[in-house]
Design a protein around this ligand. Structure first.
Ligand SMILES: CC(C)(COP(=O)(O)OP(=O)(O)OC[C@H]1O[C@@H](n2cnc3c(N)ncnc32)[C@H](O)[C@@H]1OP(=O)(O)O)[C@@H](O)C(=O)NCCC(=O)NCCS
Length: 110
């Protein structure tokens, strides 16, 4: 796994601010950002996100991040399927895409 990517570990302040932004965005009338918590065995182990990038063309992007202790167990694949079902079936999106660093083999596989 590459170490030159901009994910954490976050400070408590950064995490507090992130959660506040997610909650504020959930109250938006035309919501464009959905951040879903991943819970396993009573623990918060990661998050999956869907951003509506283009309302007119019904396009969205998805992303995911997991605690390293839970990598390689299929959680991200399951999360991606949940995000795709949510985006296509509940939000009515036409296209959903994801991008990744080409060195990020796990994300590329998802
Ligand atoms: C990317 C990430 C979400 C993958 O989560 P995960 O739960 O480990 O992924 P899965 O277990 O569902 O595995 C998905 C695929 O990647 C493969 N894989 C997982 N870890 C791998 C690794 N370290 N090296 C190579 N392949 C790997 C799995 O074998 C699986 O392949 P398959 O579908 O052909 O069977 C996780 O590594 C992570 O949180 N990374 C940091 C954040 C990040 O990079 N997010 C994505 C940004 S684009």
């Amino acid at each position: 796994m590459s170490h030159d990517q901009p994910w954490g570990p976050n400070s408590l302040e950064e995490t507090t601010q992130f959660v506040a932004e997610v909650v504020a965005d959930a109250a938006e009338h035309k919501r464009v950002w959905y951040c879903l918590a991943v819970e396993y065995d009573g623990q918060l182990i990661g998050a999956g996100e869907l951003w509506i990038t283009d309302w007119y063309n019904e396009c969205a992007e998805i992303g995911y991040v997991l605690h390293p202790a839970y990598w390689g167990q299929g959680f991200a694949t399951e999360m991606a399927n949940v995000l795709l079902a949510f985006g296509f079936e509940q939000l009515g999106m036409h296209r959903i895409f994801a991008t990744c660093d080409p060195k990020n083999i796990a994300s590329f596989s998802v």
